[in-house]
Design a protein around this ligand. Structure first.
Ligand SMILES: Cc1ncc(COP(=O)(O)O)c(C=O)c1O
Length: 954
């Protein structure tokens, strides 16, 4: 092994292991296996044209040089991003802690209680700050949260409104420009008309269904919206309010003046700006709208022993079940960042958050006073953190600009010549004096010197918050670093992550998130940059993003890439909107039919519906392949209206369908475009690519194939890659020139979640062309090895023409249910007793498990998993043959907690030892599940989504 080669650290199996694995599979070489797996007609003819892999040391030097090209100025631009202090205890124990960042979305509740509690804390914090009863556990960003609010209000229209075709959403002109940008994108395909204006001059008419306001508004002004809200609601419309959580520590929260929906960004609660993201948006609403709430909701329930337990609530709203009728296409959200924001509130508590808000407000007031003394006019009547300054005639805006840049500061410049300053928690006396120096010098006045921040705490009585917030115990318990670190550790111990064992979730690609890829995320040169700074302060970012775009274009075979979408599903939506715009540009705007295979992930139809498309389902044949004949029939039937075909490749059934090029031809012949869902790109890189198979556009999940960790449910990055004819339609941005000129923005930030792009950049640079291709081959090897070892007991549902699976496989479990009454859920829960996270459950085929090992798992770990699955199979056989009880068995009672196993009374028909230590190695390395099987239905019937003490909802 070349010890300094990153590839040998990224890939699990060693050379000797590979030989043994090939033998078990029954092939002579890795290349033979790949030839049997990937159809010859789609193989790449040349190796990837990417640089050679760097060692970790070489990469550090490279990324450090890039970081140094970013300039970290003090930035007072505001507009939705603010500098903030991430408490080091949170930085080190969460953002830099692989237990938190490598865990998956908490579908398997029993081994996710830690992050579920952290997200419940976030929801509680949001409810408390906004004074709303119900919140979700994050959305992608503020702009898309606004769009979700609009969509939700539209869905909540009364029968009469629907009948009357009420389709107008009023948007106050003083929402962030990027929010309006995203709203424009999202409104049009749904037939929603946006009426943008000043709320003071607006009157709800019959065709309104909702209104969107911002509090404080984009100018920094705090308006009284109570009267407007009341009159709009009297007309049967809903009101959604964008707001700032920190401001709500001082201001009457929207929930107290009647808002129906309250949303915004939680970034300034300890999450760095990161040149735009990732950040967690929040979204809160009234209880009665719970079934229309977009995104994930964490709810309280109980386990089989009646013990308090958490789990994802009301999942029937989501795309997995509702598909094109889902409330939204949100799948991956921003869990890690929401966790951090919740922890920030816990660490500071109500008094700390209030003190931070007061300090920010006092500094803004002080600056307003001092700047006014210099002859300027501060025009905001009521403000929280933002002042807007009108310049006297003799002061030039340009002078302010160059003086501030000279002192390494960025101010906001309004189109009317006024200057804006948004203060944040990092602003100190020194900063205040620098700001005043600029205004004094520009006005030719002596520079004042300030030596203290007056503690006058005055917020006008009519807007001042009277109610208490963050009242729950969790927000007052952990003030010292020791206590905080231990609380985080206590939660962490309840969860299974990639540092515990393989997480073989099919379609999720839970591979190594290497430490070297992650470390630069903590550097201020990447995380301390506001997305609206002049480009010359972010040259490192631009160098990195340009190279990344080029590399991703090479990997996909496409022409260009937009880095803007913040998740796979957001990428799907962006890609479909690009297709839509392309058709429109050719006078084919009527093309609105999306053909989607029955095996597709639920986000596909949900995204198509959001893009205004009509979903037509294409069936699969008995081998799991898309029925090409049926596709042809449908494509011809809809040829006048065909917009696109959405296809996942290799298929969600884990198979490289050899008819893929034929399918793409059929679509093109009938005037459609081919959208490839890139979730399974880990089976393609270096061997084939979406362009080669005949697609026109794809998204990539950088949080799957390209090593960005899953964070317990986000962040994600879902860039779209497009062929030449679609480049001109890639999403632009209303504030920053992001190099594209096409559709309106699909996300708030011009380059999406820029800071985590460093991870993917590191992954590609360290693996290089050969390493990336090798990774793909080993991913296929690992999957085929597991398939070979499990096929006899379970059966592999679908294989390719040569009997091979791609990078994942579906294990058949339905025969076990028939024979022994044991379901795939029972198997999943029993896996927890063995210390494993379950594979993907019942997707894409009900009653099955989908296993994707990835290239990062060693043969030893694969064997441990296979041995476990086979041991579970034997346990099922015991039930089938009557050796074990049909109901009281280790599978149906799984998982077993330490409490259950050590109870004085043991009434089960099997031994405690069998339950706890079914295989020998468990004696050395046992993960103790914190709760027994969680009762999902009970939680949904008794919906409770904040962290009140147990007594309050019993
Ligand atoms: C095939 C497929 N498509 C789309 C998605 C949605 O991606 P995201 O969760 O990033 O929105 C997933 C997520 O698991 C997937 O497996």
């Amino acid at each position: 092994m070349a010890i300094d080669k990153f590839v040998s650290r990224h890939i699990g199996p060693r050379e000797d292991d590979i030989k043994e694995m090939l033998k078990v599979i029954g092939v002579q070489s890795l290349d033979e296996l790949i030839d049997q797996t990937v159809p010859a007609n789609i193989r790449l003819k040349k190796p990837l044209n990417l640089s050679n892999g760097l060692t970790e040391r070489e990469y550090f030097r490279k990324i450090l040089k890039i970081a140094q090209k970013n300039k970290v100025f003090n930035t007072y631009i505001g507009m939705g991003w603010y500098d903030t202090i991430t408490p080091s205890v949170i930085l080190r124990n969460i953002l830099e802690n692989p237990v938190w960042y490598t865990s998956y979305t908490p579908y398997q509740a029993e081994i996710s209680q830690g992050r579920l509690e952290a997200l419940l804390n976030f929801q509680t914090m949001v409810c408390e700050m906004t004074a709303m009863p119900l919140a979700n556990s994050s959305l992608l960003d503020e702009g898309t949260a606004a769009a979700e609010a609009m969509h939700m209000m539209y869905s909540l229209r009364s029968r009469a409104q629907e009948k009357a075709g009420a389709n107008v959403c009023f948007v106050d002109e003083l929402v962030w420009p990027q929010t309006l940008d995203v709203l424009i994108t999202r409104a049009e395909p749904l037939g929603i008309e946006l009426k943008v204006g000043n709320f003071k001059d607006a009157f709800a008419t019959e065709n309104w269904f909702g209104a969107i306001l911002q509090y404080p508004n984009s100018n920094g002004e705090i308006e009284d919206y109570a009267g407007f809200t009341k009159t709009v609601q009297e007309k049967g419309c809903k009101v959604a309010v964008a707001t700032d959580l920190l401001a709500l520590a001082l201001l009457t929260p929207p929930g107290e003046w009647g808002a129906d929906i309250v949303f915004g960004s939680s970034q300034r609660f300890g999450v760095s700006m990161g040149y735009g993201g990732p950040i967690a948006a929040f979204f809160a609403t009234r209880d009665e709208y719970k079934r229309d709430l977009p995104g994930r909701i964490i709810g309280v329930s109980k386990d089989v022993n009646g013990k308090h337990a958490l789990r994802l609530a009301l999942q029937t709203r989501e795309q997995h079940i509702k598909r094109d009728k889902a409330t939204s296409n949100i799948c991956t959200a921003q869990a890690l960042l929401a966790t951090m924001a919740g922890m920030y509130a816990i660490y500071h508590g109500p008094e700390g958050i209030k003190a931070i808000a007061e300090r920010v407000h006092n500094i803004a007031r002080l600056l307003a006073r001092e700047i006014t003394k210099l002859g300027y006019t501060q025009v905001n009547k009521k403000h929280f953190d933002t002042i807007r300054i009108d310049l006297p005639r003799h002061v030039k805006r340009e002078d302010i600009e160059w003086l501030s840049l000279d002192l390494e500061m960025n101010f906001r410049y309004f189109a009317n010549g006024q200057v804006g300053l948004s203060i944040d928690e990092t602003t100190n006396i020194e900063d205040i004096n620098w700001i005043l120096e600029v205004f004094a010098k520009a006005a030719n006045k002596p520079v004042p010197v300030i030596d203290s921040i007056a503690d006058d705490r005055s917020v006008d009585a009519d807007i001042k918050r009277q109610s208490k917030f963050l009242k729950q115990e969790v927000f007052s318990k952990y003030r010292s670093e020791t206590e905080m670190a231990r609380y985080i550790k206590r939660l962490e111990k309840k969860d299974i992550s990639l540092v515990h064992s393989m997480i073989s979730l099919g379609s999720c690609t839970m591979k190594l998130n290497a430490a070297t890829e992650m470390l630069p995320l903590s550097w201020i040169e990447f995380n301390g940059i506001h997305p609206y700074v002049p480009k010359n302060q972010a040259m490192g970012y631009h160098e990195l993003m340009e190279e990344l775009r080029r590399d991703l274009a090479e990997i996909t075979g496409f022409e260009d890439v937009s880095l803007q979408p913040n998740s796979g599903a957001a990428g799907e939506y962006a890609g479909l909107m690009v297709v839509r715009e392309y058709h429109k540009s050719r006078g084919d705007g009527h093309r609105n039919v999306a053909l989607i295979p029955s095996s597709a992930h639920g986000t596909n139809p949900a995204s198509a519906a959001m893009a205004g498309m009509k979903v037509v389902v294409v069936p699969c044949d008995e081998r799991g392949n898309i029925d090409v004949e049926a596709l042809k029939v449908k494509a011809e039937e809809y040829k006048n209206d065909l917009a696109c075909f959405m296809v996942t490749y290799p298929s969600t059934h884990g198979v490289f369908e050899s008819s893929i090029t034929e399918m793409c031809d059929i679509i093109h012949q009938n005037g459609g475009q081919v959208y490839m869902d890139g979730a399974n790109m880990n089976a393609q890189v270096g061997l084939t690519n979406p362009s080669r198979i005949g697609a026109d556009v794809c998204h990539l999940n950088l949080h799957k194939t390209f090593a960005i960790p899953h964070g317990g449910g986000g962040p994600g990055v879902g860039p779209i890659c497009v062929a030449k004819h679609l480049v001109e339609f890639l999403p632009a941005h209303s504030v920053m020139n992001n190099g594209h000129v096409g559709i309106h923005a699909v996300a708030s930030a011009p380059w999406g979640s820029a800071s985590v792009l460093t991870i993917t950049y590191g992954y590609i640079k360290m693996l290089g062309a050969d390493g990336l291709t090798e990774a793909t081959k080993i991913a296929i090897l690992n999957a085929n090895y597991i398939a070979a070892r499990l096929k006899d007991n379970y059966g592999i549902l679908y294989t390719g023409e040569n009997g091979r699976v791609g990078h994942e496989m579906i294990l058949e479990c339905r025969h076990l249910k028939t024979a022994a009454g044991i379901s795939e859920t029972d198997i999943s829960k029993r896996l927890m007793d063995y210390g494993f996270h379950a594979p993907t459950l019942s997707f894409p085929v009900h009653g099955t498990l989908m296993v994707e090992p990835t290239e990062s798992e060693s043969k030893e770990e694969l064997d441990r998993f296979v041995d476990t699955m086979n041991a579970i199979f034997d346990e099922i056989k015991e039930v089938e043959t009557g050796v074990a009880d049909a109901v009281d068995n280790v599978l149906m009672n799984a998982p077993h907690t330490a409490e259950m196993l050590t109870a004085n009374e043991w009434t089960h028909a099997y031994s405690r030892e069998k339950a706890a230590y079914p295989l020998e190695w468990l004696r050395e390395n046992k993960f103790w599940v914190p709760v027994g099987r969680v009762d999902n239905a009970w939680g949904d019937r008794n919906l409770f989504c904040t962290c009140e003490p147990l007594e309050s909802y019993k």
